[in-house]
Design a protein around this ligand. Structure first.
Ligand SMILES: [Zn+2]
Length: 325
């Protein structure tokens, strides 16, 4: 093959591969506000091909150092995140706040610690890392990600909170808050009041159903109300695109709220009518589509909605028992 043709072919291959999955986290680095940057994983399940880069991480640069939010899915990706920070500043990485101890947000913590950062999370992180099921999950991840998982360990936080913690760094105050149990028992958000920027973890997504299987749907509604009260200019989610206008944020928060409320009300009605869990799981989709046919257009609605219904059924059953007492 002519050298030029060969070069051209390699170039094309490179574009195709790089176009599908970034080879380095840095390729997705993007400024989202003054001094605030993000790296953005693909919006899909963990696979060997995507190296587990399926979530977002962010960092804020100040005069006195850097604050990072979330640490990605593996030690290697965590290191790439550190390299992304290093491509913009030599200032120390002082703090890393983990929005929740789920694999795709904290497995990279080891790399941040190595870079000198203090790790901050909700106290629930210790429950998570001590559960045997979390280690089963770790092994399962290793099976999928193979060598991409090299160096990854379940590293617990250095500082934990159960409600409020303020970090003062540079000229900014970072308000770390546990508003409620939503996606997990230990969700926290980070709010920068002078920028009106909110890091929301997995509490609000753009255009995807929330997964209600490991948190609390009633708590989630409270969380969304709190977020509406904060009235952010910019909302930076754990997955998917950043939300950069108030209209967009309002629209997505209210949509998430409506979905959870519709699901809860529908299940409650079914329980009051004497239906059991099997009936609820089988009929929840059609009942929800009767309330709002547009749910049919939501990705994975038909698969995830019955799973959500399964968990919320028991939650509401418990709530009804409490009401009787
Ligand atoms: Zn996540």
């Amino acid at each position: 093959m002519l050298p030029l043709a060969k070069f051209f072919l390699l170039f094309l291959l490179g574009v195709v591969v790089a176009g599908e999955y970034p080879k380095h986290v840095k390729e997705t680095l993007r400024k989202v506000a003054e001094g605030v940057y993000g790296v953005f994983g693909v919006y899909e399940q963990v696979s060997y091909e995507n190296r587990g880069f399926i979530s977002n991480a962010y960092f804020v640069m100040t005069d006195d150092g850097v604050l990072v939010v979330d640490a990605l899915t593996t030690y290697k990706l965590g290191r790439e995140l550190v390299e992304a920070v290093r491509s913009l500043t030599d200032k120390p990485i002082r703090f890393t706040v983990i929005t929740h101890y789920h694999t795709d947000h904290f497995y990279g913590v080891g790399a941040l610690k190595e870079a000198g950062s203090v790790i901050i999370a909700h106290e629930w992180a210790f429950d998570y890392v001590s559960q045997p099921s979390s280690w089963n999950f770790y092994e399962a991840r290793k099976k999928i990600l193979k060598e991409h998982m090299d160096g990854t360990d379940m590293v617990p936080p250095d500082i934990t909170l159960t409600k409020d913690l303020d970090i003062h760094l540079g000229k900014h105050r970072f308000e770390v808050r546990h508003f409620c149990k939503a996606h997990t028992p230990g969700d926290i958000v980070v709010w920068i009041p002078d920028k009106k920027v909110l890091f929301s973890g997995d509490i609000v997504f753009d255009g995807r159903l929330p997964f209600l299987g490991s948190g609390n749907s009633r708590g989630w509604l409270k969380c969304l109300d709190k977020i509406m009260e904060l009235d952010p200019n910019i909302l930076l989610p754990g997955h998917g695109n950043p939300m950069l206008t108030k209209d967009k944020i309002r629209d997505r928060v209210l949509w998430t709220r409506k979905y959870i409320a519709d699901l809860r009300n529908t299940i409650r009605k079914m329980i009051e009518e004497g239906q059991d869990i099997d009936y609820v799981r089988e009929h929840i989709n059609e009942a929800m589509l009767e309330i709002d046919p547009s749910y049919a257009q939501v990705p994975v609605f038909f698969d995830v909605n019955p799973v959500n219904a399964y968990y919320v059924y028991f939650e509401i059953e418990n709530e009804m028992l409490e009401e009787e007492e």
